[in-house]
Structure formats: structure tokens, C-alpha cells
Design a protein. Sequence first.
Length: 95
Amino acid sequence: MLNILLNSPFKIDIQSMIEVLKKRDTLVALQDGVLIALNGNIVLNTLLKKSITLYVLKEDVLARGILDHICDNCNVINYSQFVTLTQNFSKYMNW
């Protein structure tokens, strides 16, 4: 399943999101959601242990000036890659 995180991980029920995510799910972080990919983030460590694939939108990372602080396990993608990624899933959840 594709999960799309639009909000800051500090403004949502992050525990519910973590519980819903299954092994091999995909999470794409957009807008303030890209904050989840910051190095040292305890939520990020929990997500990576679940073996999910994590993507962050490059434009949103750049807009927040955090590119140098994004986890190495996160895939930075552009809008075109995001659209392509969404076409690979029939189900998605917005957070």
C-alpha cells in the first residue's frame, strides 16, 4: 500500500500510522511530511525497522533547507517520479 504523509509527523497520530504500515509498504513524504526523514528522528528509526520504502519529495526538502539532513535510506524523488510511483498502487492512505 502507498502511504502519503502530507503533515508534519509531530502533528498527526504517528503511532496509528506506524501501526497501519506493513512490511514492504511505501511511504511518500510531501510538504511538511518530509520532516519525518530527518537524521536522528526516532520515528524514522521505527519506520526503517519495519522495512518500508521511504520517499521524500525533493522540492519540499529543498524548500525547507534540509537536504543535507535527510537520512541516507530515504529516496529523494521529483514530481514526475511521484506521479509514476502513485500509478503503481491501487490503494493509498493519506496522513
